[in-house]
Write a protein that binds this ligand. Structure first.
Ligand code: SAM
Length: 305
């Protein structure tokens, strides 16, 4: 019998999109995409049928309404229906389009042709069931921070000659692998990518191959910071786009892989959580350098000294 999926359709004000994406991710949805509908956005997302009962969907709908009220926006219109696996794959692909991020990246869905004349770094992606299509503000802030960090740091002047540094990065909570691949496209030499979700590890491996990246350049494993500490002694940079509470828990364990010059990019933080994350980072020896905001999210860039 064919597997069935819930297709959720949420018509909302564009400003509500980000918090909807986040709710859907936490609810266990596999993939979300949005399209413009006049002045509104239509978000579609998918979830295996066995993961949610009608009552769960009703609760999700209520949370989405409450989020809208808290933000002073009109309540979204939420609908759901069951579709089979084949329809799920094609619906998802139909609604996800190439997207430019920052000054350098173009995220190109794996099933679309690669644009011929683009000057951008093409990041090919099939996120499958993992988080990380580039549609979410927290991912965009990380990619833009990587652009700034690696563009600036990957070359140094020595005896008037430009010399490339050997840069090693840890990506904690890699999802689809979007940030790891982005870092490698920007010139990083090796990334250690970990995620507690085995499906994310699978997706990272698939996207790694899709972009012609070797398994020596992108080393991926299931787990979290404790796995990275076993794989590598020290890294030049850490990128971590998870929820604030998880970041606060993980930060003290990151010191084990830091050099005096290590930098960090921490995202997935709601604006009102920024000071508690910044406090946790400072207590673990980081200096907060910049805080980038997009909608209700922020991304904290830090360095060791
Ligand atoms: C918001 S997604 C980020 C995905 C991708 N890095 C991006 O920026 O789009 C967060 C990911 O962190 C993973 N995760 C959650 N808790 C974690 C933990 N304690 N250690 C490692 N990964 C974790 C989740 O499974 C999820 O794939």
């Amino acid at each position: 019998m064919a597997n069935t999926w819930w297709e959720l359709q949420i018509l909302c004000e564009p400003n509500l999109e980000d918090s909807i994406f986040w709710r859907l991710e936490n609810f266990g949805c596999r993939g979300a995409a949005s399209e413009k509908r006049g002045h509104y956005s239509l978000v579609r997302s998918y979830l295996p049928e066995f993961q949610a009962q009608l009552l769960d969907l009703a609760a999700l709908s209520l949370w989405l309404r409450q989020d809208a009220l808290c933000l002073g926006l009109s309540a979204p219109v939420v609908n759901w229906q069951l579709i089979d696996e084949q329809d799920w794959a094609s619906s998802w692909k139909q609604h996800w389009q190439p997207q430019e991020i920052g000054d350098r990246f173009l995220i190109n869905p794996a099933w679309l042709p690669i644009p011929e004349n683009s000057q951008r770094l093409i990041l090919r992606l099939d996120p499958g069931v993992a988080f990380g299509t580039g549609a979410h503000a927290t991912t965009q802030l990380c990619l833009e921070s990587l652009e700034m960090r690696l563009g600036k740091e990957n070359t140094s002047f020595f005896d008037n000659k430009q010399e490339k540094k050997h840069t090693v990065i840890a990506d904690i909570g890699c999802g689809s692998g979007i940030l790891s691949i982005g870092a490698l496209l920007l010139g990083a030499d090796r990334v250690y990518a970990v995620d507690t979700d085995p499906l994310a590890v699978k997706s990272t491996l698939e996207n790694c191959a899709l972009n012609g990246i070797s398994s020596e350049s992108l080393v991926t494993a299931q787990g979290s910071i404790e796995v990275v500490t076993k794989l590598v002694e020290q890294v030049d940079g850490i990128v971590c786009n998870i929820l604030a509470d998880v970041i606060i828990e993980l930060v003290p364990h990151m010191s084990a892989i830091c050099k005096p010059s290590t930098w960090g990019i921490f995202s997935g933080i709601l604006l009102e959580q920024s000071s508690s994350v910044a406090d946790a980072l400072e207590q673990s020896g980081w200096v907060v350098a910049t805080l980038w905001k997009r909608k209700e999210w922020c991304c904290i860039n830090v360095r060791r000294s």
